[in-house]
Design a protein around this ligand. Structure first.
Ligand code: ZN
Length: 378
């Protein structure tokens, strides 16, 4: 899901050369709308100043202001759902701009470039998957579609299971038969929940099914659905109890996503280091990764913590370098660039590679905080 967000963005920005990227924190559980609007004003001021410096031209200030004002309006009128951060990418020469809602807080920043600045977006969105969620109760189940901070309620399934207490009088059955009757109803209900999940699953490109609500019923449904959906993980989310509050559901799903990401990314880092040390299909360290990028060999680029590192870029073929004077590929002259990592991220995505920004320190620290798995040996 994240991959398609990043790739769509790159495609949309492909022909645009004067781009503004900015990120703003808008976690309304921590700060008031007023405080966020003040931050937005400050960032707007900074954007106008830096934009004028970067392009040695003040003619973009009106355009920059109108984009910030639009975002301010959206924030005031609650148009951004449960987002805790916003990423914006805008073409200063045309009409194009786009806001992307982020499920986590971000650092406020603005950057001007000929391509979108994606590292914070990747860090914020990568762990999240398009998830089909079910909250299962004894007589009811509610289904949601969740991606990052966006949540849609799909439907509620209501079952006519008689409450145990009332059923005695209604059915005139003996106690044990009543109990069995109720349990049969619950069983039938849970089978219906599983069948509904199966049907909803086909409506979209889900990569995870999460089941919460009553813990015992969730386990039964997970078992039933897990048997049918062999290719997609079906998991019980113990943090997701019985609730219909979207904020609580989002928190549980986000928490689950981040925990899984911490696990999978640390495995990936470990496998890259092991593979690299034995001379396999992986590389670690800035110089090696740059070389791999120039050879179009990167499959998955892994950065533990994004930070700006200066470097070089070939003026004719675009190859990257650390400190070379001549291009390693075409011997053209190398120009100084202020953000090598950003260029590497963009280049990897454009070459159909995958980029992961962990957002914290990892064993890759020993290798400049960067590594990659490779498509072929270099
Ligand atoms: Zn070159």
């Amino acid at each position: 899901m994240f991959e398609s967000v990043a790739k769509t963005l790159l495609r949309e920005c492909e022909t645009k050369t004067r781009l503004m990227s900015f990120y703003i924190d808008c976690d309304r559980s921590k700060r008031s709308a007023k405080e966020i609007l003040i931050d937005l004003k400050n960032l707007q001021k900074k954007a106008i100043e830096e934009g004028a410096n970067f392009y040695a031209d003040t003619r973009y200030s009106e355009r920059i202001s109108s984009i910030f004002n639009d975002l301010g309006e959206k924030l005031v009128h609650g148009g951004l759902g449960e987002a805790k951060g916003i990423a914006c990418f805008a073409d200063l020469e045309g009409d194009y701009y786009r806001f992307i809602e982020l499920p986590v807080s971000v650092e406020n920043l603005v950057k001007f470039s000929d391509h979108p600045f994606l590292a914070p977006l990747i860090e914020a969105l990568y762990p999240h998957r398009l998830t089909l969620v079910a909250v299962v109760e004894a007589r009811r189940a509610t289904f949601y579609r969740v991606f990052a901070s966006a949540i849609d309620k799909l439907l509620t399934l209501e079952e006519d299971v008689p409450p145990k207490v009332k059923s005695a009088g209604w059915y005139g059955l003996e106690e044990t038969r009543i109990k069995r009757h109720v349990e049969d109803h619950v069983k039938r209900h849970l089978k219906n929940v599983a069948a509904t999940l199966r049907a909803l699953y086909d409506d979209d490109d889900y990569s995870l099914v999460l089941i919460g609500g009553n813990a015992n019923y969730a386990l039964v449904v997970a078992d039933l659905v897990g048997e049918i959906l062999a290719d997609t993980p079906v998991e019980v989310c113990s943090k997701l109890g019985i609730t219909d509050q979207v904020r609580i559901i989002l928190e549980a799903v986000t928490d689950h996503a981040i925990k899984s990401f911490v696990e999978s990314s640390s495995k990936l880092v470990q496998s890259i280091i092991t593979e690299y040390e034995k001379g396999g299909l992986a590389i670690a360290g800035l110089r090696g990764v740059i070389r791999a990028s120039n050879l179009y060999a990167i499959h998955q680029l892994v950065i533990d913590e994004y930070r700006m590192i200066g470097g070089k870029r070939c003026g004719s073929c675009g190859a990257l370098g650390v400190d070379e004077d001549a291009c390693p590929l075409c011997h053209g002259a190398m120009e100084v660039v202020d953000d090598l990592i950003d260029l590497l991220v963009c280049r990897t995505l454009r070459n159909d590679g995958d980029v992961i920004v962990i957002g914290g320190q990892s064993p890759l620290r020993e290798y400049d905080g960067i590594g990659a798995s490779l498509r072929f040996a270099i």
